[in-house]
Structures are given as structure tokens and as C-alpha cells.
Design a protein around this ligand. Structure first.
Ligand SMILES: [Zn+2]
Length: 400
């Protein structure tokens, strides 16, 4: 199992200056490497590989002394990043999506350096410092222990705060004791999630509660028209922090619900929601749908389930909200304002989301649900515990 651990990093003023210089040079290398690839293709019809470009790194460092102070691993990381951009571009071309050609980057937006192929654990001094090659020891806060074998380290500046992200391989899962219980989960807007055994999780609607702050901060940025002024930059940073806070609240809620479910149930059955289609069909609810963060929730559900040895199944959500979970009678589609489901055949009535969750559980444990799971297994295998890949695949399908 791979895991990335994120910690706050506290570089000194001098170390900050060095990191900014590295950002600047990384961006220069990136743009130069992109240009080389473009020109080689335009003029000679040859494609230049990452290996070809990596071979030039020692030459660059010998000729330009300002690159000597940057670790080779960092420069290699930049070339790998460009290579990833090209790979993604060609993949999109191949699968018939709308590809965007890799772009030139602005130096002031370059905020990440990556060091791959860590030979040893970069955390030293009893968890108080992290070792960065050619820079030395940088103070950081290790709020949780690292597990597995460190492979890649990234240093990121985000909204004025520094972070170090360490990706480890071979992290041992921590299986929870089996409970023998299955559950169906219906996600919604009135409640964030409802389980088939009647648990209701609140929807915090973080964007809703922060909207006044966001609007005020956004107006302040818009009012400051000089794009290069310090005052505008400060206002933009403040706005970004507000957005970051909203995203943090949303993510925390998703993790909290996912963890609660994983602790209680062996197998969790969720809807295979097509969010782009929902946004298209309900534009008036798009903000609320995106604010809920269902895709983030499903992502974290997979992550937590993987580490706890639980299983997550996706089922087709069609008709789950208007079918009776007692007798299987299917009624007309309910308007979203109708909160109660009443069966027209057996008279069973309950909360509409609870009824849907019970249907999802039934689908997930029936052969029909299993067939859907096999169909969506392909995209899940590509994306692993993650939502990005299946979502992209679905956008492509709806576009064609
Ligand atoms: Zn019924």
C-alpha cells in the first residue's frame, strides 16, 4: 500500500530564499525542456524522451553554475513532471478526449519541487528536521509517524505555508476485526449520507457558510486592478486561504463519515454517481452538489477501506429512490422536495433517502448489482482507490 504523509515545514528565511531560487530554475528547465521537445518534433519529426533529457542534466550543471547548487534529483523531478504532462496528453488523444497540449509555465506559479528515489529516510534529528539534499536540515512538525519506506519527497508552498509530502511504499494495512455487517449508503444534499440501518450524517455545506467571507474577499481582489501590486497579491492570498478552509472542512467531513462507516461495516455499498450528468440535469443545484463533495467522499471511502481491509462496492443508482425497499414496487420519480417515500402497493413509508439506502444495499448484495460492479471494475482497476479516472472516462462517454 502506498501512502503520502503531509507535514508542515518551517524553513528559515535563508532556506526560503534558496527554495524560491530553486523554483525559479525548475521552471526555467521545464520550459526549456518543453521547447526542446516541441522544436525537435517540428523541425526533425523526432520525439525526445525523458531519458534523452535527463542525460543533459550533468551538462547543464557543468555549464551554468547556478544549477550546480540544485540537487540532480530535483532537476530530474522537473523532467519527469514534463514527461507526465506529455503522457497524459497522448493518453487523452488516444482515448478521444479533448487534449490540452502541455503549456509553458510562469515562474511565479511554480510552487513544488520533487525529489524521487530517496535512498534513506529524510526525517532526522528525532523527527524534528527533514534532510534536503544540498540544503541541509529544515525544521518541520512531525505530527504523526511515518510508515513504510520513503520513496518520493515533495516540498510545496501553498497559500504562504510550506509543506513536505513524503510518499511511502509498503505501508502495512491495519485490518479491523470483521463485523459481519453490510451497509448501503445513499448520499444526498439534505443529509450528507444516509445508511440502510438508519444513520443520518449531516451535510456541513462549507461553501454556504463561508460564502459571505468569500464574496467579500473576492470583491477586494477584483477592486485592486493593478495585477502586479503587493496589495492585490495580499488580497488574492487571503481569498485563496478562505477557499482552502472551505476545502479543508469538506475533506474533513468526508474522512469522518468514511471512517465511521469503515469501522462499523465489512462491506459498504455506494451509488456509482455520475456527477457531470447530475450537474447537467440540475444546474440550479450544481453549487450544492459540488459543495457536498461526493466524489471526495467516495475517494476517502476507498482509501480507508483499503487500509482497514474492508470492501467498497458501487451499484447503479437508477430508480433507487422511487422503488419500494420492502416489496420492490416502482413508482414515478419523486420530486426532490418530497422527503417521504410511500409505497403504492404495500403502503410502506419511510424517509426517501433511507429507502434509497436500503435499495442500494439490496442491489449490492444481489447478482444484478454484482454485474454492474464487474462493468465498473475496469475503471476502478485503472484508478485504484480514486475517483479521477472513472470520472474522466464518463465525461468522455457523455461527450461523444
Ligand atoms: Zn412496497
Amino acid at each position: 500500500m502506498n501512502r503520502t504523509y503531509l507535514y508542515r515545514l518551517y524553513p528559515s528565511r535563508a532556506q526560503e530564499r534558496v527554495l524560491f531560487a530553486w523554483f525559479w530554475r525548475c521552471c526555467e528547465i521545464y520550459n526549456a525542456a518543453l521547447q526542446e521537445r516541441q522544436e525537435a518534433w517540428r523541425k526533425q519529426r523526432v520525439s525526445i524522451s525523458r531519458i534523452d533529457q535527463e542525460k543533459q542534466v550533468p551538462v547543464i550543471r557543468a555549464e551554468r553554475h547556478e544549477f550546480e547548487s540544485i540537487p540532480v534529483a530535483v532537476l530530474r523531478g522537473v523532467l519527469r513532471r514534463l514527461d507526465r504532462a506529455f503522457t497524459a496528453f497522448f493518453r487523452r488523444c488516444k482515448s478521444g478526449e479533448k487534449p490540452g497540449f502541455p503549456r509553458y509555465r510562469a515562474a511565479r506559479r511554480w510552487r513544488t519541487i520533487e525529489i524521487d528515489d530517496l535512498k534513506k529516510n529524510p526525517i532526522v534529528s528525532g523527527g524534528k528536521r527533514v534532510q534536503i539534499p544540498l540544503m541541509g536540515l529544515v525544521k518541520f512538525k512531525q505530527h504523526r509517524p511515518l510508515e513504510g519506506r520513503p520513496k518520493v519527497m515533495r516540498i510545496v508552498l501553498k497559500n504562504g505555508r510550506w509543506y513536505v509530502a513524503i510518499t511511502c511504499t509498503g505501508v502495512a494495512p491495519k485490518p479491523l476485526p470483521a463485523t459481519g455487517k453490510f451497509v448501503g449508503v445513499d448520499v444526498g444534499l439534505t443529509h450528507f449520507a444516509v445508511t440502510s440501518d438508519g444513520q443520518f450524517f449531516e451535510n456541513p455545506r462549507p461553501l454556504d457558510s463561508a460564502r459571505l467571507c468569500l464574496e467579500r474577499a473576492q470583491r477586494r481582489v477584483t477592486r485592486r486592478k493593478n495585477l502586479k501590486s503587493q496589495r492585490r497579491r495580499r488580497a488574492a492570498c487571503l481569498l485563496a486561504r478562505h477557499h482552502e478552509r472551505v476545502a479543508n472542512i469538506r475533506r474533513e467531513n468526508c474522512i469522518r463519515v468514511a471512517r465511521a462507516l469503515v469501522q462499523q461495516f465489512d462491506r459498504i455499498i455506494v451509488e456509482d454517481i455520475n456527477i457531470p450528468a447530475l450537474l447537467r440535469d440540475h444546474p440550479e443545484r450544481a453549487r450544492a452538489i459540488l459543495d457536498a463533495g461526493w466524489a471526495t467522499f467516495i475517494y476517502w471511502l476507498y482509501v480507508k477501506a483499503e487500509s482497514a481491509g474492508r470492501e467498497v462496492t458501487k451499484v447503479n443508482p437508477a430508480w433507487t429512490s422511487c422503488t419500494c425497499s420492502e416489496c420492490g414496487w416502482r413508482g414515478p420519480r419523486l420530486p426532490l422536495t418530497t422527503r417521504m417515500f410511500v409505497c403504492g402497493s404495500c403502503g410502506f413509508s419511510c424517509d426517501r433517502d433511507l429507502n434509497a439506502a436500503r435499495n442500494i444495499l439490496r442491489l449490492g448484495t444481489s447478482p444484478r448489482g454484482a454485474a454492474h460492479q464487474r462493468r465498473s471494475a475496469k475503471s476502478a482497476a485503472n484508478g485504484g482507490p480514486g475517483h479521477a479516472r472513472p470520472l474522466v472516462t464518463r465525461i468522455a462517454r457523455s461527450g461523444s
